[in-house]
Design a protein around this ligand. Structure first.
Ligand SMILES: [Zn+2]
Length: 120
């Protein structure tokens, strides 16, 4: 039986615009985010998940105009951000993520969610 995990994105969903990004993310840090649109039920329909290794504020701004809403979590390390990104990727299978998230430079840890699926 698969282990159902609750995926936590700390903040959001919010409309994707500069004001919201700047007010939430005024310090540079690694982060993970989910992008998509709001359903009529008020739920974020996740279309893409991503990770920023250095500055999540800057990464999110590149998606303004492509998606209407975002949710985001900051991380203490790039490694932690990558783990969370993989979890989001496996939990939601976002349609706009064509490939599995890449590990950060120098991080040979692989993805424990893939390992878990392979051993089922
Ligand atoms: Zn994986």
């Amino acid at each position: 039986m698969a282990d159902i995990k609750i995926t936590r994105l700390k903040w959001g969903p919010f409309p994707l615009n500069r004001e919201n990004i700047d007010s939430l993310l005024f310090l540079e840090s690694p982060g993970t985010y989910a992008l998509g649109t709001m359903s009529s039920k008020g739920v974020l329909e996740i279309e893409y998940v991503g990770r920023a290794d250095k500055n999540v504020n800057k990464s999110l701004k590149e998606y303004i105009g492509h998606y209407t809403h975002f949710a985001v979590t900051k991380h203490a390390s790039v490694h932690e951000a990558h783990e969370h990104e993989c979890q989001l990727y496996h939990d939601f299978g976002p349609p706009d993520n064509r490939i599995h998230p890449r590990p950060p430079e120098g991080d040979g840890g692989g993805c424990r969610h893939c390992t878990a699926e392979a051993s089922v």
